[in-house]
Ligand binder design. Structure first.
Ligand code: PEP
Length: 459
């Protein structure tokens, strides 16, 4: 999968045990190291995802109109366990219970104490531990569950590159996760998963306190009507693009590849359209977690991305960049926007962002310049984190203190571009070097056949 194009691996804490997660992380790091690839690791906290208990091996085939009984208690013959009394308390006759991504659905017919009698309204195969949602039910459950708190300890210990928080409702949920991390002395960028209608109502506040977002279309399409998901996807992506925070589009992207070696044409279009919308990353779930064609799925996604990127609406994004309002940008933001304009105007082969935290590279990528973006950073963490950001390759370099050293590492970064004499590159940097968030310089450099990089000089 790494060779096919995987740049971030998500470990879903909804499944598995701590010991297996630790083994998976170790294996992923080892493989990335031996294959010489950059791979970021994203831990996905389960959040208040409610799940059914165990169903008989192979699942239960349910027909329309079948009756089933749900109970919070384990081991009741002829009943299915739903180990969430809060959910049972929150529903009433007429409520919908949606299983998985909507493969099966029940209508609550009767509630007797803590037992629900339900009628199957969408027939299908009911599997063990499938997610259960009750659209519209008001569940007073915190976004960070006791299990998430325990898992967070593991996430910090294993030093993940990103942590995703599920079922975020307000900015407070993200602030609380950051506070919990601070208590354990860890500081991992937070991806807010947008999958609740409450989150849609607080999108900008959540974006401002998070480090990125995920369009978690599986649960979003349950909490809200599926027909609203396409526009919501565009809104969430654009909300992150506005400030240069990475956004992931997730779920059912190449769903049919769980069982087939080729996607449907509609799926191929879905991946391409997410990229045209401005997503930074496209994500696979079942396709690579349980599917029969994990490598083919990754390769297909990469090929779709490579095919659509030349058709990206670069002109529209250029116009947006050129209309940034006066007094509305920080120095780094202004330098990053200017670097894109300068690079286009001088016909540069690449924009090189020397960066400690990755912020300036993200700000450059935010404008989607039609020119390669190369980050150079002395931080391996920054290198991995930038794997989630649109169009940025990052080279790990030794710390540099002087301009000459910076030019040396920049030359190294440019090796893959096979530059020729008189080719030009645009470099952004913060002087003094090594401070985060201090990008204040643009340099235009030409390749001198004898000396390598030298300041561009038109006179
Ligand atoms: C989703 O709901 O789309 C999602 C990505 O979350 P999960 O895989 O945890 O269900």
């Amino acid at each position: 999968m790494l060779h096919a194009g995987m740049t971030v691996a998500r470990i879903n804490f909804s499944h598995g045990e701590h010991a297996t997660h630790a083994e998976t992380v170790q294996m992923l790091r080892e493989v990335a190291r031996t294959e010489g690839k950059v791979l970021a690791l994203l831990a996905d906290l389960q959040g208040p995802k409610l799940r059914l208990g165990h169903v008989k091996a192979g699942g239960m085939q349910l027909a329309l109109g079948d009756e089933i009984v749900l109970t919070p208690h384990p081991g009741q013959p002829a009943m299915i366990q739903l180990p969430h009394p809060d959910l049972i308390a929150a529903v009433s006759p007429g409520s919908r219970l949606v299983i998985g991504d909507g493969e099966v659905e029940f209508a609550v017919a009767e509630k007797q104490g803590d037992t629900l009698r339900c009628i199957v309204t969408v027939p299908g195969l009911l599997g063990s531990r499938k997610g259960v949602s009750a659209p519209g039910a008001d569940l007073a459950i915190s976004s960070i569950t006791p299990k998430d708190r325990t898992d967070l300890g593991m996430v910090c210990e294993l030093d993940f590159d990103y942590v995703a928080l599920s079922f975020v409702r307000t900015a407070e949920d993200v602030i609380e996760l950051r506070r919990l991390m601070k208590e354990t002395g860890c500081d991992i960028p937070i991806i807010a998963k947008i999958e609740k209608s409450e989150a849609i109502a607080h999108l900008e506040e959540i974006r401002d306190v998070a480090d990125g977002m995920m369009v978690a279309r599986g649960d979003l399409g349950i909490d809200m009507p599926a027909q609203e998901v396409p526009l919501l996807q565009k809104r969430i992506i654009s909300c992150c693009n506005e400030v240069g925070k990475p956004v992931i589009t997730a779920t059912q992207m190449l769903q049919s590849m769980v069982e087939h070696p080729r996607p449907t044409r509609a799926e191929a279009s879905d991946v391409a359209n997410a990229i045209l919308d401005g997503t930074d990353a496209v994500m696979l779930s079942n396709e690579t977690a349980t599917g029969s064609y994990p490598v083919e799925s990754v390769l297909m996604m990469k090929q779709i991305a490579e095919n659509i990127e030349p058709a990206f609406p670069y002109d529209t994004w250029r116009n947006k960049r050129q209309s940034i309002a006066p007094n509305s940008a920080s120095t780094t933001e202004a330098i990053s926007a200017a670097a894109c304009s300068v690079a286009e105007q001088v016909g540069a082969r690449a924009i090189v962002a020397t960066t400690t935290s990755g912020y300036s590279a993200r700000q450059i990528a935010r404008h989607r310049p039609p020119i390669a973006i190369m980050a150079v950073s002395p931080s391996a963490k920054t290198q991995r984190r930038l794997a989630l950001v649109w169009g940025v390759d990052c080279l790990l370099v030794p710390t540099f203190l002087h301009t000459d050293e910076m030019l040396q590492v920049t030359m190294q970064a440019l090796e893959p571009f096979n530059l020729h004499a008189n080719d030009t590159v645009v470099i952004t940097a913060g002087v003094p070097f090594g401070l985060s968030g201090k990008t204040n310089m643009i340099q235009v450099q030409s390749i001198d056949a004898e000396k390598g990089l030298s300041l561009a000089d038109d006179i």
